[in-house]
Design a protein around this ligand. Structure first.
Ligand SMILES: [Zn+2]
Ligand SMILES: [Zn+2]
Length: 333
């Protein structure tokens, strides 16, 4: 019997390395040998019992690998292809899917959330969610999913040519937002980031100005203000920095709580507040931007760890140790 090693969250706060039977891909499915799998905040939420999750679950939804086996009726993807996966699997047959809003699918399944994910030597995915990454490195392929979410958000913002944009927070998502905003034609991108290593990474990939705190940041100065922190006290201050008629994109995943804005300021400045939830078929765009080097993810990778060190990686992120940025797990060494 062929087997695979996987990291399983058996219930909130409980992790286990397990050996499971290696599944055979069903019709329309492929089996992927996972080469790089990024740890995301969502994995940490699942581990801590703060997210919709069906336990036990193998986490990991930001990964790349090689196709090991293709099931019946698989036609576009071939054995040996280097691929990345779009983990949000839509039914294509509900009121949202039929209206091109697959991110709100009523029958949504998530690889690494409700289905076995990429923190394993092998994973199954439906062909429609699998994308050829060609000559991209596996490490880069692991960013296709978070970059897709970023592209969806940036496109929703409809940044105009020569807009001045500020991004609050330069974690991995902030750094992707910064580059996507530059591709979209911003005049300048300002970044606010307290952490030295993250501020330097932002500089490397094209930030025009870096502020170490919001206190020095000019008020009423930006057509677009993007929050990439999900921290309520930061999000609350976004209207201060927005020019009249400007837009605010609340991109960082916030906690489940209320947020207060001054209603008169929103009115007087004619502000538009936007949010963005996952992505809608943005993987091809993400892969092309990575291939053409318009977006560079290498400065984002701080750690590469084996599967057995997943928990260590989670702790590095939670405690912000060792200048952590993105932690990649390499289940096949
Ligand atoms: Zn993620
Ligand atoms: Zn659906």
């Amino acid at each position: 019997m062929a087997t695979l090693k996987a990291l399983q969250i058996t219930k909130p706060h409980e992790l286990k390395m397990v050996t499971l039977e290696r599944p055979e891909p069903g019709p329309g499915e492929v089996l992927i040998k996972v080469m790089a799998s990024g740890i995301c905040g969502t994995d940490i939420h699942i581990l801590e019992g703060e997210y919709v999750g069906a336990y036990p679950v193998i986490p990991g939804h930001e990964f790349s690998g090689v196709v090991e086996q293709a099931g019946q009726a698989v036609s576009r993807i071939k054995v040996g292809d280097k691929v990345a996966v779009e983990p949000n699997i839509a039914c294509d047959n509900c009121s949202y899917c039929l209206n091109n809003q697959q991110n709100f699918c009523e029958n949504w399944q998530g690889v690494g959330v409700t289905l076995p994910g990429g923190m394993a030597e092998y994973v199954i995915a439906p062909e429609k969610a699998v994308f050829d990454i060609g000559e991209l490195e596996f490490d880069e392929g692991a960013f296709v999913e978070p970059l897709s979410c970023v592209l969806h958000g940036v496109q929703k913002t409809c940044i105009r040519l020569a807009d001045r944009v500020v991004i609050l927070g330069a974690g991995p998502i902030g750094i992707l937002l910064l580059q996507a905003v530059n591709v979209q034609g911003a005049q300048s991108v300002t970044v606010v980031e307290l952490d030295q290593a993250r501020a330097e990474a932002a500089q490397t990939v094209g930030a025009d100005q870096i502020y170490r705190s919001m206190d020095g940041l000019p008020k009423d100065a930006f057509e677009v203000v993007i929050d990439a922190t999900g921290v309520i006290p930061v999000m609350k201050r976004t209207p201060e920095f927005t020019r009249k008629g400007g837009k605010i994109l609340l991109f960082g995943v916030p906690p489940k709580t209320n947020i207060e804005f001054d209603a008169f300021t929103l009115f007087l400045k004619g502000l538009t507040i936007l949010t963005s939830y996952t992505s809608v078929r943005n993987s091809l765009q993400a892969i092309d931007l990575l291939k053409n080097k318009r977006i560079n993810v290498k400065p984002l990778i701080s750690h590469r760890l084996p599967l057995a060190k997943f928990e260590h990686g989670v702790n590095l992120i939670k405690n912000k140790q060792e200048n952590v940025k993105k932690v990649l797990i390499t289940p096949n060494g």
